[in-house]
Design a protein around this ligand. Structure first.
Ligand code: 1PR
Length: 554
């Protein structure tokens, strides 16, 4: 008897479990079909890809019992894919959904916006007279998805009687939550939506069973999109994590990727710069209002990631206290344990997702995969790369490709190399001495130690073809310099891909964030040094952005 959570075996379900525990509730995992009879309420935190979710449920013999549970009238709360399975079908694949809500899930139109829809957006209650299911119109909730149920009363009037809230992305209105009878579902992730999300989960869990029964909403009405959507720009705090010389994992930060102290005092010279413990810093940034956190294991290229239990322990512990999205990077690649056991990248990523990560960030491996793709003529990948295998199992929104380029200075008058169309020309008033200079951006691997014969435009284009859901753009020349984001680089990448892009490297002041959001269409900006050294507080940064009319989450 009691609350059960359904885990079909892919994606980060740990964060929901952590949020329920933090709120003081007990639960059990569904392990066999009979558990659906034992459950008095059920939460399905579906993370990943629709097709994979349906086929895993079917293989485990859980699909039909799930359908029967929903029809039984006992309270059900589906999150993301846990909501989408209620629908007829999804254009993400050929698998059929449960068909409880008679309309399809389809892809967002990517012609006027970045897809996936990734970040914090608002949700408007369709029929306030029926009472909101803990959804506050003044709050923001975290979305991450490429497919959605369109709000479409003309074609699907019956399905729209399920509409509890709608959200606008670009000029599209879609169902961000559904409710009827004892069934509730959200497209957004309350377990990743900070305090607002925790409050929503708590209010659903605390309701007596009788209050879960909802009459149908008021008659379906037409809704018109507003001139602009409410998706906020995201602020990401990044922590580079590595073992120091004593073997403890510490947050470190270099400039231009060199993390060793340069000061010549007796006890610090040459030591790994230590800026604090990763779990404590992650909790601090969560409390301070960071919209996302990123942990990069920058020693991983020397170790087998699955042997790297301390890093997995860091992710587990961080996920217990932070309820915003968490990206893990470093060493996401096919690897071999010291005993010769092969570990595909998919397994490495899976271990991080199970520990509580929402996205993995792939660096060096992405470069090698795009080199192969380019050699094959930029057609589809062969399905074997880390980007492809992880995106297939967990959805493209779970795969970030992290680009670590360096500028290659050339004489624009004489340069006749392959990247002429990608050249950026120096300005007289740029932060570096750039007059009469031009450069292209060359990709690197192994944390900048090795350059490769590939430009940032090629890598971004190839990563998107292979299935990356987001591109993180660092720049080694600017890392830790405080000179500001390289706006030319960010615009170059934004022009190349349709997936969301994160600007990184060089933030030195709040004004630099204002500049990057005003002068480029980038979706998010990441910083490390200024947050670690407390030169800029996240709350002050958000105030500065709001003062400049840039929409951010409070
Ligand atoms: O190649 O898949 O194992 O991934 C390695 C990942 O680790 C890559 O994303 C790479 O950027 C990162 N990495 C490797 N070595 C280092 C290092 O510092 N020695 N960290 C490193 C790079 C750079 C940024 C930094 C921004 C913002 N960190 O993430 O956070 O430049 O810094 P700032 O705001 O202080 O300027 P793989």
């Amino acid at each position: 008897m009691g609350l059960y959570l359904l885990d079909y075996g892919a994606g980060n379900v740990q964060s929901l479990a952590n949020s329920i525990t933090k709120l003081g509730h007990n639960f059990k995992w569904v392990t066999e079909p009979e558990d659906f009879h034992r459950a008095t309420s059920l939460v399905f935190p579906g993370v990943g890809a629709f097709e994979t979710a349906i086929s895993h449920l079917e293989t485990k013999g859980l699909l039909q019992p799930l359908k029967e549970y929903i029809q039984s009238g006992k309270p059900y709360f589906g999150i993301c894919i846990g909501m989408q399975v209620l629908f007829q079908s999804s254009s993400e694949g050929t698998a059929k959904g449960l068909g409880v809500i008679p309309c399809p899930i389809e892809s967002f139109d990517a012609s006027d916006k970045a897809v996936p829809h990734m970040g914090w957006n608002s949700a408007d209650v369709v029929d306030p007279s029926a009472g909101a299911e803990g959804v506050e119109s003044s709050s923001y909730y975290y979305f991450v998805h490429s497919f959605r149920a369109k709000y479409d009363p003309d074609n699907y009037p019956e399905a729209m009687t399920w509409a509890h809230t709608t959200t606008q992305y670009g000029q599209e209105l879609f169902l961000s939550s559904v409710r009827k009878g004892s069934v509730f579902g959200t497209q957004f992730h309350p377990e990743k939506s900070g305090e607002a999300g925790l409050a929503l989960i708590d209010s659903w869990l605390r309701k007596p069973e009788s209050e879960h029964l909802h009459a149908p909403s008021a008659p379906v009405r037409k809704l018109t999109p507003k001139p602009t959507h409410a998706l906020t720009k995201r602020i990401i705090a990044c922590m580079d994590v590595r073992a120091n010389d004593q073997g403890d994992l510490v947050v470190t930060k270099g400039d231009q990727y060199d993390v060793r102290e340069k000061t010549v005092t007796a006890d610090t010279a040459g030591a790994v710069r230590n800026l604090g413990k990763p779990v404590a810093l992650a909790a601090k940034y969560y409390e301070a209002g960071a919209d996302e956190l990123c942990l990069l294991n920058i020693t991983s290229f020397r170790h087998s990631p699955l042997q790297d239990q301390p890093m997995l322990a860091v992710v587990r512990a961080a996920a217990e206290t932070i309820f915003v999205p968490l990206t893990i990077g470093g060493g996401i690649k096919d690897s071999v344990d010291p005993d010769g056991t092969k570990r595909p990248a998919l397994e490495v990523a899976g271990a991080y997702f199970r520990a509580g990560a929402d996205k993995v960030s792939i660096g060096s491996e992405a470069v090698y995969a795009v080199e192969k793709l380019r050699a094959a003529g930029w057609k589809k990948g062969d399905g074997s790369s880390a980007i492809e295998t992880i995106a297939h199992a967990y959805g493209r929104q779970a795969v970030v490709v992290s680009i670590d380029p360096k500028r290659v200075y050339v004489d624009p008058k004489t340069y006749d190399g392959p990247y002429r169309s990608e050249l950026v020309y120096g300005k007289d008033d740029g932060p570096e001495i750039e007059r009469n200079k031009a450069w292209w951006y060359q990709c690197t691997v192994s944390g900048g130690r090795e350059t490769r014969d590939m430009s940032v435009v090629e890598l971004a284009k190839g990563a998107e073809i292979l299935g990356a859901g987001e591109i993180l753009v660092n720049l080694i020349d600017r890392d830790g310099t405080g000179l500001g984001f390289d706006l030319d680089l960010v615009n170059l990448v934004k022009r190349t891909v349709q997936v969301p892009v994160v600007a990184s490297s060089g933030a030195g002041s709040a004004q630099h964030f204002v500049d990057v959001f005003r002068e480029t269409p980038v979706e998010a900006a990441l910083a490390a040094g200024i947050f670690h050294r407390e030169e800029v507080k996240i709350s002050a940064l958000k105030q500065a952005l709001q003062a400049n009319k840039i929409n951010v989450r409070d």
